[in-house]
Design a protein around this ligand. Structure first.
Ligand SMILES: O=C(CCC(O)(O)[C@H](Cc1ccccc1)NC(=O)c1ccccc1)N[C@@H](Cc1c[nH]c2ccccc12)C(=O)O
Ligand SMILES: [Zn+2]
Length: 587
C-alpha cells in the first residue's frame, strides 16, 4: 500500500475541500428538518444523511490504502479520524437507511410531544411544561404533567428504541469497536475513561448527599412528609425540573438567608423587557470583553432564537457549524428566564469554539474531547452568574456583598451544578449497559430506575412498569446524543475557571471570580480552543491549566463553604436506601 507522503497530502487536501461542501449540505438538510418538522423534510434529511455516510465510507476506504507509519503525527491523526466514522461505516445500505429513519422518527415523537390536561388542553414542553415545573407548587398538577410527558414520549418510542438498539450491540456496526458505547468512549482517548469518571463521581458523592438531604428536609416541610417514601428518596416531580436534573428553580424555597435578594434574576429580566436577541447579545458582549471572536453577521441572520409560530420544530437547544468558516447558528426556543440565559451562554460557547477552530482541517474541527465543547459556555456562565457580575449588568440592582448573600449564591450554584452530577453520570451508565447487551429491552425501565433511585436518590411519583420507557422522556436518548460529556464538562469547567481566574489576576475565593474584560484570560482560552481536536485533550488541558488529568478539586474547593453550612444544617439525616420505592414489577 501507498506510503507516498506527497500523494497522502494531495488526498488530505481533496478530503478537506470536498468534505466542506458535503458536510455543509448535510447540515442544511438537518437544519431544514429541525426548524420545520414535516414528513417531506424528514425524508430529505434521511436521504442526504445516507449520501453523506456513503461518501465518508468511500473516503475511509481510500484513506485505508495508505501506510501512514512514516507520516508525521498530524497527518497520522488526520488519517485516523477520516477512517473512524462510527455507524457511517455500515456496509448494508438498507440497514443504514433504516437506522437513520428510526432515529428521526424518535426525534419527531419527542419534539412534537404534548401533555394533555383535558380533551382540548394540550401543552408542549417548551415553554409551557418547563414553566410549570419551574413555578408550580401544586404536586398533583406536577404529578399529572410528569406522567403525561412520559406517556406521550418515552412510552411511544419503546419499540423504535429496541430496533435502534439492535444496531448497536456486538458485532457493532461501528467498525473496530465492540459496541456503540465503546465507540463513544474512544473519543476520550484513554482506555481507563470509565474508571476515571466513576472515581470522580465517587469523590463528589458526599457533596450531593448533603445537598439532597437539605433539599429533602425543606421539601417535606413544603409538601408534607406523607408523599415522601420511607426509603429517603425524593419524588422526582418535586425538584423543579422535568428530569430532576437541576434544582435551581427551587431557590425561593431553599435560600438559607431568605431576607437577602433572590439570585434568580428571571423577574428582573422580564421587568427590563429582555428579548431572546438581548439574551444572546449579553453573551456575545462577554466574549468580546475577553478579546475573543464576536458572532458574525450570519449568526444573527440565520439563527433561530425563538420558537416560531405555526410549525413544529426541535426545541431542544443546539449549536450548528455549517463547515464553511462563516455560517454558524444556534437553534433555541428561548424563554425569558435565567435558565435560558445560562443555556444561551452554553450554546454560544459551542459557537465560540467553532469560530476559534474554523481554520483547522475539517477532521480537527471538534472539541479536544466532547466534554471540552460542553464546558466553554458554562465557564463563561460561572462569571456571569456571580452577584457581582449580575449587578454590573443591571440585573441585580439591590445587591450588597455580605457572607449571607455569599452562602445564598453558593446554594443557588449548587442547585444547578451539584444536583446535576448523578444525572450527568447515570444516563450513559444506562446506555453503555444497553449497548453492551447487559440491559435487555425487557429490563430497560427497571435498569433505568435502579440508577435513578440508587445514584440520584429520586423515586417515581407514580408506579412504573416495562410498558413505560422513561429514558425516552429525556431528549438525548431519542436524539442519540451522548451524555457523559456533560458530567466531564461539570468537572472540567471548574478547572478551566480556576485557571482563567488566576490568569485574570483574581484574588479571594474562587466563587467570587468574574473574568469579564480580562484579555489575558481570553488569549489563553482562545489559544487552547483554536487547537480543536488536533491534539490529544490532555495536551489542551495542560496548556490552559497546567494539569493533564481531570480533577474534582477545583469544584470541591469552590463549594467548600457551602458544604460546611450543609453539614451543620443536616446532622445525620443524610442518604437513602438502595431499593426503589413504588416501582411496579411487570404485571
Ligand atoms: O443538552 C444540553 C444543551 C444542548 C447542547 O448544546 O449540548 C447540544 C445537544 C445536541 C447535540 C447533538 C445534536 C443535537 C443537540 N449540543 C450541541 O449543540 C453541540 C454542537 C456542537 C458540538 C457539540 C455539541 N444541555 C444539557 C445540560 C446542560 C449542560 N450545561 C448546561 C447549561 C445550561 C442549561 C443546561 C445545561 C441538558 O439540557 O440536559
Ligand atoms: Zn452543549
Amino acid at each position: 500500500n501507498n506510503s507516498d507522503v506527497e500523494e497522502a497530502s494531495l488526498f488530505l487536501e481533496e478530503y478537506n475541500n470536498v468534505s466542506q461542501t458535503t458536510f455543509n449540505r448535510n447540515m442544511e438538510a438537518a437544519w431544514t428538518f429541525n426548524t420545520n418538522i414535516t414528513n417531506e423534510n424528514q425524508k430529505k434529511m434521511v436521504e442526504v444523511q445516507l449520501e453523506t455516510d456513503l461518501w465518508q465510507q468511500e473516503m475511509a476506504n481510500r484513506a485505508a490504502a495508505f501506510n501512514t507509519s512514516a507520516f508525521n503525527a498530524t497527518m497520522q491523526r488526520q488519517f485516523y479520524k477520516i477512517k473512524d466514522i462510527g455507524t457511517a461505516a455500515m456496509t448494508d445500505h438498507g440497514k443504514l437507511q433504516k437506522l437513520n429513519e428510526v432515529l428521526s422518527d424518535m426525534e419527531s415523537i419527542y419534539s412534537t410531544g404534548k401533555v394533555c390536561f383535558a380533551e382540548n388542553d394540550c401543552k408542549p414542553l417548551d415553554p409551557d411544561i418547563t414553566r410549570l415545573f419551574e413555578t408550580s407548587r401544586d404536586e398533583q398538577k406536577l404529578r399529572i404533567a410528569w406522567k403525561g410527558w412520559r406517556d406521550q414520549t418515552g412510552r411511544k418510542m419503546r419499540d423504535l428504541y429496541t430496533t435502534f438498539h439492535s444496531f448497536c450491540v456486538y458485532p457493532c456496526v461501528c467498525v473496530g469497536y465492540a459496541d456503540t458505547g465503546a465507540y463513544w468512549r474512544s473519543w476520550y482517548e484513554m482506555d481507563t475513561f470509565d474508571q476515571e469518571v466513576k472515581r470522580l463521581f465517587e469523590q463528589l458523592k458526599p457533596l450531593y448527599e448533603q445537598l439532597h438531604a437539605f433539599v429533602r428536609q425543606r421539601l417535606k416541610k413544603q409538601y408534607g412528609a406523607a408523599i415522601f417514601p420511607q426509603t429517603g428518596h425524593i419524588p422526582a416531580h418535586l425538584l423543579g425540573n422535568m428530569w430532576a436534573q437541576s434544582w435551581n428553580s427551587l431557590q425561593d424555597l431553599l435560600m438559607p438567608f431568605p431576607s437577602k435578594p433572590i439570585l434568580d434574576v428571571t423577574e428582573e429580566m422580564v421587568k427590563q423587557k429582555y428579548t431572546p436577541r438581548k439574551i444572546f447579545e449579553v453573551s456575545d458582549d462577554f466574549f468580546k470583553s475577553l478579546g475573543m471572536i464576536e458572532m458574525p453577521f450570519e449568526f444573527w441572520n440565520k439563527s433561530m432564537l425563538e420558537r416560531p409560530a405555526g410549525r413544529e420544530v426541535v426545541c431542544h437547544a443546539s449549536a450548528w457549524d455549517f463547515y464553511n468558516g462563516r455560517d454558524f447558528r444556534v437553534k433555541q426556543c428561548t424563554d425569558i428566564t435565567m435558565d435560558h440565559l445560562s443555556t444561551a451562554h452554553h450554546e454560544m460557547g459551542h459557537i465560540e469554539y467553532f469560530l476559534q477552530y474554523r481554520n483547522q482541517p475539517l477532521v480537527f474541527r471538534d472539541g479536544a474531547n466532547p466534554g471540552f465543547h460542553e464546558a466553554v459556555g458554562d465557564v463563561i456562565s460561572l462569571s456571569v452568574e456571580t452577584p457581582k457580575h449580575l449587578n454590573k449588568i443591571g440585573l441585580l440592582p439591590n445587591y450588597v456583598e455580605d457572607n449571607e448573600t455569599d452562602i445564598n449564591f453558593l446554594m443557588a450554584m449548587a442547585l444547578q451544578k451539584i444536583a446535576f452530577l448523578p444525572f450527568g453520570y447515570l444516563i450513559d451508565q444506562w446506555r453503555w449497559s444497553v449497548f453492551k447487551g447487559v440491559t435487555k429491552a425487557s429490563d430497560y425501565n427497571k435498569a433505568w430506575w435502579n440508577l435513578r433511585c440508587g445514584l440520584q436518590g429520586v423515586s417515581p411519583p407514580v408506579p412504573r412498569s416495562e410498558e413505560d420507557f422513561d429514558p425516552g422522556a429525556k431528549y438525548h436518548i431519542p436524539g442519540n446524543t451522548p451524555y457523559i460529556r456533560y458530567f466531564v464538562s461539570y468537572v472540567l469547567q471548574f478547572q478551566f475557571h480556576k485557571a482563567l481566574c488566576g490568569i485574570a489576576g483574581h484574588n479571594g475565593p474562587l466563587h467570587t471570580c468574574d473574568i469579564y474584560n480580562s484579555s489575558a484570560a481570553g488569549q489563553k482560552l482562545s489559544a487552547m480552543l483554536s487547537k480543536g481536536s488536533s491534539q490529544v485533550w490532555t495536551e489542551s488541558l495542560k496548556e490552559l491549566t497546567g494539569q493533564t488529568t481531570m480533577s474534582a478539586q477545583p469544584l470541591m474547593d469552590y463549594f467548600q463553604p457551602l458544604l460546611d453550612y450543609l453539614r451543620a444544617a443536616n446532622g445525620d439525616e443524610v442518604g437513602w436506601s438502595d431499593d426503589c420505592p413504588s416501582f411496579a414489577d411487570p404485571l
